[in-house]
Design a protein around this ligand. Structure first.
Ligand code: GDP
Ligand code: CA
Length: 323
């Protein structure tokens, strides 16, 4: 048992942020080094001339204590003056709010990207203003925004499907154009290779962890690391805790159950990703099924009600694999 494990986390936005708060707290308790958090950039988009990185910002704002906990997204105490002006011009998307403080982030990011910084370097700069207590990396420096292909053949950006249509239009597939030529961001493969444990956070398996795992080289890095790979179920009692991950899962033919999601990631021994899988107590009856798939089940409370509860989840994962 190592009291200073090197931890790598794969994460999406709001669920990923809640989990990452727990990772930071659990590692601080152990006096362990900062975790490396690899975040989904499939949600990213260009809007009104600025680059948005919703999942990056959800994690940055949460770790910096700047997030709006009431609303669940964006900056605490934000206003919408610029947004109203953009709408008056007919610019942007009328159904997509850009807060004033949030726009400050997007402008800073876009300026740095225009200056030639990579997304990795931009996140590095953001982490200088607000020490995050983790080493945050994008999954890739290449733009590969998620596109939803609808059953009627139409294609739209993930954010339009998710935010405007609330995932109500039947999806046939999720694609990340350009991802075939992408590579993991600098430091990602090295962190996975040097890790003592890799944690797949309870993020949306399809549109948050899906794009991360689709980056060429990512699965190979996970397959070849000597670190155990432990996943956390985003499903509790057969339901998604928040959001519309069930619609995404159905589109790729995966049932909304903690066991089916484990099977979707697959057992490492069978060429999949997982050594172990955290199941909620409500889903304890699924443990034998998960074990039968060659994945070690660990039954523990999975409600991320606050950072302490998330830290307990992380402790359960680390204890289970002896790091
Ligand atoms: P997004 O990018 O903002 O959609 O956030 P993520 O993809 O990182 O996380 C969304 C997922 O987190 C949803 O599918 C939820 O089921 C899951 N989730 C949210 N809260 C909890 C929780 O308290 N416990 C668990 N186990 N999963 C949660
Ligand atoms: Ca997201």
């Amino acid at each position: 048992m190592s009291s200073s494990p090197r931890v790598v986390v794969l994460a999406g936005g709001v669920g990923g942020a809640k989990f990452t708060l727990g990772v930071r707290a659990a590692l601080a308790r152990r006096g362990a080094p900062e975790a490396t958090v690899v975040v989904n950039t499939g949600d990213d988009l260009w809007l009104s001339g600025v680059r948005l990185q919703p999942d990056v910002d959800s994690i940055v704002y949460a770790l910096a204590g700047q997030n709006d906990t009431q609303r669940g997204w964006g900056r605490a105490g934000d206003t919408e003056r610029v947004n109203h002006e953009l709408q008056a011009w007919g610019a942007g998307w009328p159904w997509f709010t850009l807060g004033d403080l949030d726009l400050g982030t997007h402008l800073a990011r876009t300026g740095w990207l225009r200056d030639g910084l990579t997304p990795t370097q931009v996140i590095g700069r953001m982490s200088r203003r607000w020490p995050l207590g983790v080493h945050l990396l994008p999954m890739t420096d290449t733009e590969a925004d998620t596109i939803v292909v609808l059953c009627d053949g139409r294609r739209m950006h993930f954010q339009e499907w998710w935010t405007r249509h609330r995932a109500a239009l039947q999806p046939a597939a999720f694609e990340n154009p350009g991802i075939g030529d992408a590579a993991p961001a600098p430091g990602v493969a090295e962190a996975i290779a040097g890790a003592d444990v890799v944690l797949l956070g309870p993020s949306n398996p399809v549109v948050s962890l899906g794009p991360i795992l689709a980056v060429p080289g990512m699965r190979a890095a996970l397959a070849s690391t000597s670190a155990p790979v432990v996943g956390v179920a985003p499903i509790i009692g057969g339901r998604v805790v928040r959001g519309m991950a069930d619609v995404c899962l159905a589109a790729i033919g995966v049932e909304t159950s903690a066991s089916a999601v484990a099977a979707h990631y697959g057992a490492r021994a069978d060429g999949g990703l997982l050594d172990a899988w955290l199941l909620a107590e409500e889903d304890g009856a699924l443990a034998p099924e998960v074990a039968g798939r060659g994945i070690r089940p660990i039954v523990t409370p999975l409600w991320m009600t606050d950072a302490a509860a998330s830290a307990d989840i992380v402790d359960a994962a680390l204890d289970a694999v002896g790091v």
